[in-house]
Design a protein around this ligand. Sequence first.
Ligand code: ARG
Length: 588
Amino acid sequence: MKKLLDLITEEMEQAFAKAGYDGKYARVTLSNRPDLCEYQCNGAMAAAKEYHKAPIMIADAVVEALEGTRILQDVQAVNPGFINLKVNAEFLSSYLNGMLEDERLGYEKTDAPETIMIDYGGPNVAKPLHVGHLRSAIIGESVKRIARFAGHRVIGDVHLGDWGLQMGLIITELKERKPGLGYFDEAYEGDYPEEAPFTIAELEEIYPTASGKSKEDASYKEAAMQATFQLQQGRRGYQALLKHILNVSVADLKRNYANLNVDFDLWKGESDVQPYIPDMVQEMRDKGYAHMSDGALVVDIREESDTKEVPPCMILKSDGASLYTTTDLATIVERMKLYHPDRIVYVVDKRQEMHFVQVFRCARKCGLVTEDTRLQFLGFGTMNGKDGKPFKTREGGVMRLQYLLSDINEEMLKKIQESRPMSEEEAEEIAKVVGLSAVKYGDLSNQASKDYIFDVDRFTSSEGNTGPYILYTVVRIKSILKKYGEQGGEAADARIMECENESEKALMRELARFNSVMENVYEELAPHKICAYIYDLANAFNRFYHETSILGTEEEARKHSRIRLLVLTRRVLETCMDLLGFEAPERM
Ligand code: ARG
């Protein structure tokens, strides 16, 4: 469906033309004086210069030309030349009926679908998930859903960090504990067991232990670095251990992400792309892009317009080892080969921006991507505690994701139990669903690039700009619709009638904005704009609800119309919530 604002603008263009003025002056915007009008057009002011006339004369002529309009009502020219507009109530309700009939609520799919890869999550295998990974998962998941809803082919890749020193540390610690295992015997040529020689609980304990030891004991650290090197050189037993570590950890990660309503199409990692490195590096050398500098292999990527120093992109260290950049470049090679993306979006902590500037420039310079492949860094800010400093546990340690989520759930449970009597089981179930909305909305309602303060109390509140407030609104609608059904009501074929009062019209206008909001949300990959929209929509609905009787409406047709308006409000809210990655319970 065309956007409401575009329809209004077209109507104004015709009126300008009919009055003898150029349609380019007809641009319409939302009113900044909602007490006077809903939309406004200031074009007469600009046109006055071209036509050497008083703006009010032009405005008057345009208003006259609007005589008989089906789209607008209460059109007024006011000094010095503004045109104040309201949308015609009948036209507005027919627009909403169009939305009701359309399964996409009037938001059209793109006619130029692209293949878009989203690189998000980025957990490091065997290390606990921390709050930074939470942001990547929440934002990335939403961006993925937004792009998919726009009609693109979208592939989400978790891009595991499974190629670093943590692997060597785990191997070293395992060797210390179970030296007899075949994995450590270099002479062994047989098969290795299917079963991992550790559980997830052990693995979670092994990494911090090993990491602690390596900080105290230089020879232990040396051993871990050696093990990492041998693993990366392909030592059989270590490769087999890597597989076990991956299997055990990925199973656990999948559980954790499922609890967050986050899922990935690809579970690839840094280790998967290592085979691409030798050829990629060879080609960079052959084509003269890479050169030696202080023993390391680098690619220069400075550009004339740089205002700050962009260091060369390092491809191989002097000992021949590859780096984080090398792995990201090889990942681009693999992605281009297997998936031919038109665009790759990286949802990563903004402190890694320079790394991505280097990777993107190097990929372009060395021809790893085609000229029109878009590489986009979507950097997010830090989640801080109430003191404005990076989030810590009460004891001052790095905040693990699990703790943070259980903090939220605990607080949510308390609030829910206070709200009405219910069984322990039901309360826990609801707390989980509402808690997730609190975390996700709390995060997504901020522009991604900004730092924000994680405030358990505020996020779990049912009032204000929060996830639970949105859920309360949806649950309120659901319960009215349920009651209506129980009373034997049936409005499936009913149409939304012309609005009767201001708050009803305001709700209708919010609903009609849906396609225009979504278009902008996709363009900017900006989930926070969905939050801002549903907050406005929920407010408009609640105002309407408080001023209007719904089930008590006398006139049958009017009652049905209001029910259909509720159905539409619920669908728009639920569609938006789904794009943000959370849902509402049946009751709260
Ligand atoms: N594993 C990395 C980290 O924890 C994030 C990975 C981001 N994605 C990428 N392609 N580099 O910091």
